[in-house]
Design a binder for this molecule. Sequence first.
Ligand SMILES: O=C(O)CCC(=O)C(=O)O
Ligand SMILES: [Fe+2]
Length: 214
Amino acid sequence: MPRPDPGLPEGAHYVARWLTLEQQRWIVGRFHEWTRGPVPIRAAKVRGTEMSVRTVCLGWHWRPYRYTREAVDVNGNRVLPFPDWMVRLGRSALVAATGDPRAGDGYTPDTALVNYYDDAARMGMHQDRDERSAAPVVSLSIGNTCRFRFGNTEHRNRPYRDLDLASGDLFVFGGASRFAYHGVPRVYPGTAPEGCGLQTGRINITMRETGLEG
Ligand SMILES: O=C(O)CCC(=O)C(=O)O
Ligand SMILES: [Fe+2]
């Protein structure tokens, strides 16, 4: 049973190598399907500047700073539906992360932001706060290892904790940590394990409950 990590604030959980290599390869296969459309993967623009990360969404399309069903800032197409297998995966992730067999009950993520990081990509400190639900965010990583910075709910500065997210790692932030600032200061090129399905780069999936209707 995973114990709370004393270095992480309440509500934040980390499980190393939660996904098997076989699961990782399978998800990478799905990733290639998602990027082929109906909405291509793209760098979202924040105040006119493209992010270095490229993103494709499932369920709801995210752009700074709201969700819509159609990718209005890309090609206007409706995004792919949120897959049932990912709802189940999200629920088992919560059970694994917290050690509470009921932790997944009632968790129904309806959007996933699927990010692709090349060797130069990073993500500044931010909160995930465009959702109306305070349900946990479930994060899965595949490919190259990154440095992940997990901070506090007040501002983007210290205290924060740096940890490495490697291929297959699970990170969850809910409860008192749901609106904590976090970011990815760097990725480590060439660190993806053999057999994870990704030769270059890093994929990160964050599933969330939007709390939106329609
Ligand atoms: O890539 C990561 O590990 C974090 C991604 C993230 O924070 C986001 O998509 O909002
Ligand atoms: Fe985030």
